[in-house]
Design a protein around this ligand. Structure first.
Ligand SMILES: Cc1ncc(COP(=O)(O)O)c(C=O)c1O
Length: 389
């Protein structure tokens, strides 16, 4: 008998489709609207601060759960944004991106066989996160085109086995921003079933006119059962720095800190110093960020529409789920390959955000638009070829 050197856990998930699309885009010289990272520069103040930190020899391990200056800056900024005061000594864990914060939080709180509720479509990391942490995912549909959930389906997903629910708001891939009423409803179920609410709020500062980001932990009764995940990747256009964090009540944070310590020891020390400069930027910065992303969204949507796609209009984050035009292809993965190889624009097939065989997914692809105007316009020109077919 041949022995398998691959663990059952690792065998249960595939490599990231999003990162694969990025590699395919590079191979075919396609405009990359697949992976959600900016192609414009990060703010100069951060870069200068990180360079100064390296020159000042802040080059050794920081405190495992985060450099003190950075944790204090997160606590100040979080209170300004959400109105909730946190204790940076006991309730905050700085991780290598919110990606690590989420898996560390799940590993620290979920026992094998316990259930974690996930809205479908979901950010693709949550699937492997569930497998690695031993959680059994339970899915609740977000229904297109406005991505609402059905309250009866949500209630039916909760049971005594539910350890928690992952709420990503603003949401990738749909651009949904959960309303206060929805979050209160989710929170009430968490209280009824004594479950945690893991929030992924990485897009907390990217919301558009008419929408508001509501911090679940600021809602009545939720402070003690919220594990908030966020980070600096998206807000400050520094996805490569790998700076994120988890905020949770002290006993949960203590467990997250232990897991984090043995996963990565700590986030990059000099970059945490640079990140302090980011968090010291004032409200003007956040207003400018929202304005710029709103402008990019409003530039991009007409380009997509005129190529024959039917997009959902995002209320937050920087993704567009769109039904693709009829070019004789009826499979999202096949359409994505065609778009990359023939049209020269990379996107992500919607099926990477759904369970296998979901018909909603087969008709859709996801674009991202954290890009310079010229990148979006170049993509629009290539997409226009579809309408001329
Ligand atoms: C919903 C969501 N969570 C987390 C991440 C990853 O964030 P980080 O760079 O902090 O690991 C992303 C990146 O695309 C995302 O879309």
């Amino acid at each position: 008998m041949t022995r398998s050197f691959i663990s059952q856990k690792a065998a249960r998930f595939t490599e990231s489709v999003i990162r694969e699309m990025t590699r395919l885009a590079q191979r075919h010289g396609a405009v990359n609207l697949a992976q959600g990272f900016p192609d414009f520069p990060a703010p100069a103040a951060l870069k200068e601060a990180a360079k100064r930190a390296i020159d000042a020899d802040k080059n050794q391990y920081a405190i495992t759960w985060g450099a003190k200056a950075f944790r204090d800056a997160v606590a100040r900024k979080h209170e300004r944004s959400s109105g909730v005061a946190i204790d940076p000594e006991r309730e905050l864990t700085v991780c290598c991106g919110s990606t690590e914060a989420m898996i560390a939080a799940l590993l620290a709180t979920v026992d094998p066989g316990e259930e974690v509720i996930v809205f479908e479509p979901w950010y693709e990391n949550y699937g492997p996160d569930a497998i690695l942490s031993g959680a059994t995912p339970v899915y609740v549909k977000l229904h297109a085109p406005d991505w609402h959930y059905d309250p009866a389906e949500l209630r039916a997903a909760f049971s005594p086995r539910t350890k928690g629910i992952i709420v990503n708001t603003p949401h990738n891939p749909t651009g949904k921003v959960f309303t206060r009423e929805e979050l209160l409803e989710i929170g009430a179920l968490c209280e009824e079933f004594d479950a945690l609410i893991y929030t992924d709020e990485i897009y907390e500062h990217i919301v558009y006119e008419g929408a508001e980001h509501v911090y679940p932990m600021a809602l009545p009764g939720l402070r003690e059962r919220t594990v908030m995940i966020s980070g600096l990747s998206k807000t400050f256009s520094i996805t490569g720095w790998r700076i994120g964090y988890a905020i949770a009540p002290a006993p949960i944070s203590a467990a997250i800190r232990k897991v984090h310590d043995f996963l990565t020891v700590g986030a990059p020390a000099p970059l945490q110093e640079g990140a302090v400069a980011a968090l010291e930027l004032g409200e003007d910065y956040y207003d400018g960020l929202k304005r710029e992303y709103q402008r990019r969204r409003d530039l991009f949507l007409p380009l997509v529409r005129s190529a024959g796609f039917v997009p959902s209009v995002p209320q937050g984050a920087y993704y567009v789920m769109a039904e693709y035009p009829d070019v004789g292809i009826h499979d999202d993965v096949e359409f994505t390959r065609y778009l990359i190889e023939t049209v020269g624009v990379a996107v992500v097939p919607a099926s990477s955000f759904y369970r296998p065989g979901e018909p909603e997914a087969k008709r859709r692809v996801r674009f991202c638009y954290p890009k310079r105007d010229e990148t979006l316009i170049a993509a629009g020109e290539r997409l226009a070829a579809l309408a001329r077919r």
